[in-house]
Each structure stands twice: as C-alpha cells, then as structure tokens.
Design a protein around this ligand. Sequence first.
Ligand SMILES: *Cc1c(COP(=O)(O)O)cnc(C)c1O
Length: 350
Amino acid sequence: MSKYWSDIVRQLNPYVPGEQPQDQKYIKLNTNENPYPPSPAVASAIQSYPVESLRRYPDPESSELRQALANYTGLEAEQIFVGNGSDEVLAHSFKAFFQGRDAILLADIGYSFYPVYCSLYQVSYAPVPLDSRYRIDVADYRGANGGIIIANPNAPTGIALTLAAIKDLLDHSESLVIIDEAYIDFGAESATGLIAQYPNLLVIQTFSKSRSLAGIRLGYALGQPALIEALNRVKNSFNSYPLDRLASATAIASLQDDEYFQLCRKRIIDTRNRLNKNLLDLDFEVLPSSSNFLFARHALRGGADLYAGLKKAGILVRHFKASRIENFLRISIGTDDECAALVKALNALL
Ligand SMILES: *Cc1c(COP(=O)(O)O)cnc(C)c1O
C-alpha cells in the first residue's frame, strides 16, 4: 500500500490463480490445463514462422484468425471478437455490457474471476446460490438484473446446463447473458447455435483448455455484430493489438487439425470417466462432470487435509476454502498415468 495508489486499486481483491510451481517436481492436476501437447500442426506453424515479420505490428483486427473461427463455428467473422485469453475477453465484456448497470447475477459458487472484474469495474453483483446438489437452476435468474454471467459447464463444479435450460434462461431475460464456455468441448452443448435468435447472448470460448494452448493466451467471444462492435470499442480504447502474430498463427494451425483435437478431447473424457469410477470406489462423492476436471469430496476426510497430503506426495490439486465447498477437491484430468498416480496416492492417504 502506498499513498500513490488510487482508491480503486486500494479496494481491489485480485484473482488468485492456482499454484504454478516453476519446477517440474509436481504432477499438476490443479489448473485444468490439458495433459497433452498442442497439435503437431501447431509445432510446425511455430517452427516455420517467419521471424522477420515480428518487427511489424500484427493485424489489429486479427482478420485471418476471425475468418478461421468463422469457418469453424459456422458464424460470420463480424460475429467474432478475439482477445488475449478469454479472461481478457471477459474483462472487456464486463466493461462493455455490465459497468454502470444494476447488479448482475452470477452463481455463488462459480468462476472466481467474475467478482474480481466486478471490483475492477465497480459493477455490483448479486450471488445466486446453487441448489442443494450444486446445480444452477435458471429459474433463479429471473429477477431484475443488469446482466447475467454463467459458466457452462460451471467451474469448479463441472456440472453443465442443457441447451434447453440456456434457452429458457434467454427467453426470460431482457438483459445481456454471457455464457462462458471455457470447458464446453468436454461434453456439454454450446449455445453458439442460439446466437442468430438472441441479440442478448454472448458466448465466450478459449483455446486454453481443450486445445492445449493456455500458454499462447487466446480466447474469443461469439455474438451478434452489435455486441462484437461494443467489445471492439473497448479493445480499441485499451490495446489495439491484443493478439501477437505468433498467437494468431498458432490458433489457426490448431483449428486446422480437427482430427487431433477430437482425439485429445475423447481421451480426456475417457480418462475422466475412469477416474470418476476410481474415486467412487474410494468413497468420494463426485459431482457429474462435463468438463476436464472432477469436483469430489471424501465421505470422511476433509478437503484441506487431502490437498495437503497429496501435495506432500507430489500431486497438486485445487482446494477452495469457500463455504459449502471446503471439503471438495478440484482435480484436473491428467494422462492415464497421472490419474493412476493420483489414485495410488489417495489409496495410501486413506
Ligand atoms: C480457464 C477459464 C477461463 C480463462 O481462460 P483463458 O482463456 O486462459 O483466459 C475462463 N473461464 C473459465 C470458467 C475458466 O475456467
């Protein structure tokens, strides 16, 4: 703290990411990264990248990447906004659509970055409790509000809403609805197909999880052109060049290798289903996951205790101290070997 800090900075409560130890000694199942490398097409795009071109600024509109995403999603390029990770796209969205409005609605147990953006942009919010089984009930989102943001599948629960539920939410909402689909490729249905019908729907996706590209920082928003224009107005008042040239080339290469993408996705889903069963056998309750992680609590042992025991055994998982979830562990799906090591360590601990 210093007298030079602004009032807003004094009041910030910044996001705390999962541990990112810079040595290799842990099996890392704590930040929902993909256990598999990016597509070989990504490796060759980077290796053959014309370094000479880096002296030039990138295309401020990222036209080539937006066209590639348009082809991939079946939307038009003018319906797509790209940014430096979906966290940046989310931040711009809070600024573009939520700032200066009534309180927005968000799940009381959800992605903990949303309240952080609220504090940065002085947006007020009303937390909507998950039901007794940790699910979102869209009927709870019908009160007056300045906007709605929901992660689907939700984090850290991993539970997905059906497309019918999202449609029901939109049918009863006058305000802007953001669906954060960071984990959509691991088993839930995307709301992208509803964009033509709903001018108040913004869908946000990322290359970080299902495309193994957390390190390249690339996220995007999908919505009707008027919403995309709002995001561009914010972006062009903040940083005209959020995506570097290598990031765009990398993302385009990843989109071109659908076979590899489908293979990794399927592998992770298969491993998740096996680990789910292993955890049930060890007396865990496991929430039904449509994501690349499991949220589970043991019948007898507390979450903090198991987290610490696993860390000692060289395995990092995520533990949250918040009420109602303090006995859960959020376990990212690793390779089969990594998950087997986890099961072995849990067996020893229990
Ligand atoms: C990981 C995650 C993000 C952020 O992804 P980046 O694109 O890496 O910034 C956004 N929303 C949720 C729910 C996430 O879990």
